[in-house]
Write a new protein. Structure first.
Lengths: 176, 176
């Protein structure tokens, strides 16, 4: 297990724990002071594989219609309906936990979980997530897509770093 | 408005945003490294009034049966059923928002909201909460009593301080 590569959640949430509004809007996040100062590009260099759900993929396609933002990475999109692959991503119909466990056993750099909710949830329940790097934006938005869905997962973490980027607080945890 | 005294949420949550398990247990919190280092006693000195819900009051009575922990403060417990007062607390049947607004207009030190959920929720919706001092404990517990209940509240905050107390990250926000 110790030689497996790391599976990481990296992303921003509101103070009340949402990754986006129910309509996927990030208006509460965009333009927050400090956004340009976070260590995103350093983090991005440590990743060679990206996992996301179909909803996140669709949102990225809407937000970045001109250019897929992760085209230099191996991207897997979990979907019940889509199959095959396109120029940028491969659609995966397999069980999320089983597929991700196999990926972790391959050689490579970090695997990044983009977006929370339905993809993160089974990975947490399967205790496959090794690290969390969470930027907290200074807003309470009331309703939205939660990073963590209620469920039976229990994960004891170790706080390895706390950083401040102007209005963002970044918490870095490792699973114990 | 500027002269009103401050209404503050101060308390600990899990990484997934719960203040306690569904059965009110704090086992995931108790014994976390750094608990004794937080600025609780400094904070406590800045408070003269405490607000809580009936459930929180009952839990405090169970956890501290020998000695009420806030006996040198004016404590108000919001309850639909209990009336009158006892040696330590006064039960309030009035509307939470109206009562709290009146309290804020009185002279005094900070007002502390102990516990989240049902008491915090209307106060957030009424935009009465001036500060949040949140300690995040290094655990994902899956289910519990959320600090923030879903609803139509929107609160833009300013991050004023980020501190680390060993395994706790403390975020201090003011409402804008």
């Amino acid at each position: 297990m110790g030689n497996q590569r790391k599976l990481v959640f990296y992303g921003a949430i509101s103070v009340d724990g949402y990754i986006a509004r129910e309509n996927h809007s990030l208006d509460w996040l965009i333009g927050t002071e400090g956004e340009e100062d976070t260590g995103y590009s350093d983090f991005y260099e440590t990743v060679d594989t990206i996992l996301m759900g179909r909803n996140t993929y669709d949102q990225i396609s809407i937000l970045s219609p001109q250019e897929f933002p992760y085209k230099d990475k191996q991207c897997y999109v979990f979907s019940r309906k889509m199959t095959g692959s396109n120029e940028f991503v491969k659609f995966i119909n397999e069980d999320i936990v089983g597929f991700t466990q196999s990926l972790k056993e391959q050689e490579g750099k970090r695997i990044w979980i983009v977006g929370g909710g339905e993809v993160l949830h089974p990975l947490l329940q399967g205790k496959l997530v090794d690290e969390f790097i969470i930027q907290i934006a200074p807003s309470i938005i009331g309703r939205g897509i939660p990073l963590f869905m209620p469920g039976d997962q229990e994960n004891k973490l170790t706080l390895v770093d706390v950083r401040r980027y102007k209005q963002f607080a970044e918490l870095h945890y490792e699973s114990r």
